[in-house]
Design a binder for this molecule. Structure first.
Ligand SMILES: NC(=O)c1ccc[n+]([C@@H]2O[C@H](COP(=O)([O-])OP(=O)(O)OC[C@H]3O[C@@H](n4cnc5c(N)ncnc54)[C@H](OP(=O)(O)O)[C@@H]3O)[C@@H](O)[C@H]2O)c1
Length: 350
C-alpha cells in the first residue's frame, strides 16, 4: 500500500497490475529508455481534467510509467497532483517518463523557457523527460472551436522561425530542465531541415499512427534517422473533437481484419491496434479514463504477440486516412488541410 498523498487519492500498486519492468522499452539516441506504451491525457474537449488526473493515478497503479501531457490540454496542474501522489506512494521520479509540449502561441524566443517552466510548475516536476514542439506552426485556436476557426495572424511554416524556437528548446536541455527535445506533426522535408540545422537533434517525433494511417514513408524516415516515433490516436481517436471529424474518415476498430483478430484473441479491437503499434515499433499513447480499458491496453504490451500473419494483414489495411487534419492551423483562405502536410514531398510554399 502506498501512503496517502496530501493532494487526495492515495497511490497503491494494484493486485492486477502489470509489472512495469516487464513493459518493453525503446532506446533513444541518448541511450535513455522510454516505455513502449504511454497514457494519453488529451480529453478531446470532452473529458474533464479531474477525470484524466484520476486516470493518471489509476494507470500508474496498473503499471504505466509513461504519461503524454501538453500545456494546451489544460490539465497539467491537475496531473501534477496525481504525479505527486504517485511519487509519494513510492514510485521514483527516474522510473517515470513525462512528456509535455510547447503550445503554438509560445514559439517566440522569449516565450519557450517560461512556457516549459510553467509546465514543470504545473506538473510539480524538476525536469521533463521529453519536451516537444507541439505543431510546426505558430497558429492556435480556442478550445471547443470548430474546423473553420483560424488564428487571425496565422502563418505558414518558416524554417528560420522554427529554428529560433528550437534554439530555445536546446537551451532547455543545456539548463537541465528537459532531458530530450522532439517534434510533433512534422513532415519529412521539414525534419530534414531541422536535422541539418539542429545542435541537439530531435530524439522523438509524435505523429498520428494507427492501422488506417500507417505513414510508412515517414515511419521509415524516422527509424532511419534515429528519431523514435511516438504514435498518437493509436485507436483511431473515436471520441476526437468534432472539428477533427469528416464524412470520409474510416474507423480502425470496425475494420474487419482488426475485428477478426480481436475476436480470436477475445479482446476489444482497440487492444489489437495497441498491440500492432508496439510490435511495429512506434510507441502508442492511448488515452483512456476507463480502468478496464487502460489496463487492457498495458496488458497488450506484455501478452503474446500478434502472429506474423496478423501483422502482414494489418499492414495491408492502411487507408492513408489522416484523422487529425489540422484545418485550424491553415494560414490562407481557400487552402485545404493537405497544405499542412507537404504531401508532394516539398514544404508547401507560403
Ligand atoms: N501531438 C499531437 O498533436 C497529438 C494529437 C492528438 C493526440 N495526442 C496524444 O495522443 C493521445 C491519444 O490519442 P487520442 O486521445 O486522440 O485517441 P486514442 O487514444 O486513439 O483513442 C482514445 C479513445 O479510445 C477509447 N479507448 C481507449 N482504450 C480502449 C480500449 N481498450 N477499449 C475500448 N475503447 C478504448 C477511449 O475511451 P475510454 O476513456 O472510455 O476508454 C477514448 O475515447 C492523446 O490523449 C494525446 O495525449 C497528441
Amino acid at each position: 500500500m502506498g501512503k496517502q498523498s496530501k493532494e487526495g487519492k492515495p497511490f497503491a500498486v494494484a493486485a492486477d497490475a502489470v509489472d512495469p519492468e516487464k513493459v518493453p522499452a525503446r532506446q533513444l539516441r541518448t541511450g535513455a529508455r522510454i516505455p513502449a506504451i504511454g497514457l494519453g491525457t488529451f480529453g478531446s474537449d470532452r473529458v474533464p481534467g479531474e477525470e484524466i488526473a484520476a486516470a493518471v493515478i489509476g494507470a500508474a497503479e496498473v503499471g504505466y510509467r509513461h504519461f503524454d501531457c501538453a500545456a494546451v490540454y489544460g490539465n497539467e496542474h491537475l496531473i501534477g497532483r496525481s504525479l505527486k501522489a504517485v511519487m509519494d506512494g513510492g514510485v521514483r521520479r527516474e522510473d517515470l517518463w513525462i512528456t509535455s509540449k510547447l503550445w503554438n502561441d509560445k514559439h517566440g524566443e522569449a516565450d519557450v523557457v517560461p512556457a516549459c517552466e510553467k509546465s514543470l510548475d504545473d506538473l510539480q516536476l524538476d525536469y521533463l523527460d521529453l519536451y516537444l514542439v507541439h505543431w510546426p506552426f505558430p497558429n492556435f485556436h480556442p478550445p471547443h472551436c470548430d474546423a473553420t476557426s483560424r488564428s487571425k495572424d496565422a502563418k505558414p511554416y518558416n524554417h528560420d522561425e522554427y529554428m529560433k524556437t528550437w534554439r530555445q528548446m536546446e537551451k532547455l536541455v543545456d539548463r537541465g530542465l528537459v532531458k530530450h527535445i522532439g517534434t510533433s506533426n512534422m513532415t519529412v522535408p521539414k525534419l530534414e531541415l531541422v536535422l541539418r540545422d539542429a545542435r541537439v537533434k530531435p530524439a522523438a517525433e509524435e505523429l498520428e499512427l494507427h492501422p488506417h494511417f500507417q505513414q510508412p514513408a515517414m515511419f521509415d524516415f524516422l527509424v532511419d534517422k534515429g528519431i523514435v516515433p511516438i504514435g498518437y490516436s493509436p485507436i483511431g481517436s473515436p471520441a476526437r473533437p468534432d472539428r477533427d471529424k469528416t464524412l470520409d474518415d474510416t474507423v480502425d476498430i470496425e475494420d474487419p481484419v482488426i475485428v477478426r483478430i480481436a475476436s480470436r484473441l477475445e479482446v476489444h479491437p482497440a487492444v489489437v491496434c495497441v498491440k500492432w503499434a508496439i510490435q511495429r515499433g512506434q510507441i502508442p499513447i492511448p488515452m483512456s479514463t476507463n480502468r478496464r480499458n487502460y489496463l487492457a491496453n498495458i496488458r497488450a504490451a506484455v501478452s503474446a504477440p500478434l502472429t506474423k500473419a496478423d501483422m502482414d494483414e494489418i499492414a495491408k489495411i492502411d487507408k492513408n486516412c489522416r484523422l487529425i487534419k489540422g484545418h485550424v492551423f491553415l494560414w490562407k483562405d481557400g487552402q485545404t488541410w493537405e497544405a499542412l502536410w507537404d504531401v508532394d514531398g516539398k514544404i508547401t510554399p507560403p
